[in-house]
Design a binder for this molecule. Structure first.
Ligand code: HPA
Length: 272
């Protein structure tokens, strides 16, 4: 299998750069990459240097794989992710997730910037992902199944780990950080939604919309990981406020929540 061989080559390269054996994986969303300041970094490897990794082309997504520790917990961090809208096939979008799984992590934390579908939300709120709806029109597991990686038909009845979600919820409540739990709708982008699409997403039961996370969760569940998803609501979705949506605004809200985000995430990871 070509994919298995590629994964082996990526893992060999990463292990030559760091002996650290991560237990937790973390993917940082738009505007959230400064979390890295809270990490004692052992190795920072540019995606471009890792065999078979696609480079990240999006402004606000630096493109480094970082191995290090958050307090005592050994972690591997994607500082910047690969998106479907960049034109990569789904298999490449989830490739780094598969690499993190094969590095030996048990738990994966996926973070993202998202539009709020609930008019009660405010930019800067967090939404802990309880479940998702895949509206990307495809699935990263389409194609021959590789039995060494996982099942042909993975169960998705608890895509987002309840225990991790409850733990994070209590940390946020104790810290007084504004948050909700809800359903994340994954769309392909790169356009933001039309107001009609936003009404559709509200009607199908979504509370947030974004262009990532869903493929990674699917690949992670395929490989048996426990997944936790955190959306930073950077804006109200189209039509819910008078403002137009821009990538600059999305990144700016990320910067504004940086301190809070880093503090609660450190507390969460330290205890995993
Ligand atoms: N829609 C989709 N993705 C997003 C949004 C949005 O409103 N905000 C940040 N990422």
């Amino acid at each position: 299998m070509v994919l298995l061989q590629q994964l082996k080559e990526s893992i060999d390269y990463i292990r030559r750069n760091s002996k650290l054996r991560p237990r937790v994986g973390l993917t940082l969303g738009s505007g959230l990459s400064n979390f890295i300041k809270s990490v004692s970094v052992e190795a920072s490897i540019s995606y471009g240097d890792i065999p078979h990794f696609a480079p990240s082309t999006v402004d606000g997504h630096p493109g480094n794989l970082i191995l290090g520790r958050v307090e005592e917990t050994p972690v591997v961090i994607m500082q910047g992710r690969i998106h479907f809208y960049e034109g990569h096939p789904m298999e490449r979008v989830v490739y780094p997730t598969r690499v993190m799984a094969q590095l030996g992590i048990e738990k994966l934390i996926l973070t993202n910037a998202a539009g709020g579908l609930d008019p009660q939300m405010h930019p800067g709120d967090f939404m802990l992902i309880r479940d998702h709806i895949n509206l990307m029109g495809t699935n990263p597991l389409i194609g021959p199944n590789i039995a060494e990686l996982g099942l042909r038909f993975p169960d998705m009845s608890e895509a987002y780990d309840r225990e991790m979600l409850e733990r994070l919820k209590s940390i946020l409540s104790r810290r007084g950080v504004r948050h909700t739990t809800g359903i994340y709708c994954g769309v392909s982008g790169p356009t933001y939604e039309t107001p009609a699409e936003v009404r559709f997403l509200q009607n199908v039961g979504g509370q947030a919309v974004g262009m990532s996370t869903v493929p990674e969760t699917i690949a992670a569940k395929h490989m048996g990981l426990r997944v936790c998803g955190i959306s930073c609501i950077t804006n109200l979705a189209a039509g819910l406020s008078k403002q137009k949506i821009t990538h600059e605004e999305v990144k700016e809200i990320g910067r504004q929540v940086e301190q809070n985000f880093a503090e609660f995430l450190v507390e969460f990871i330290a205890d995993l």
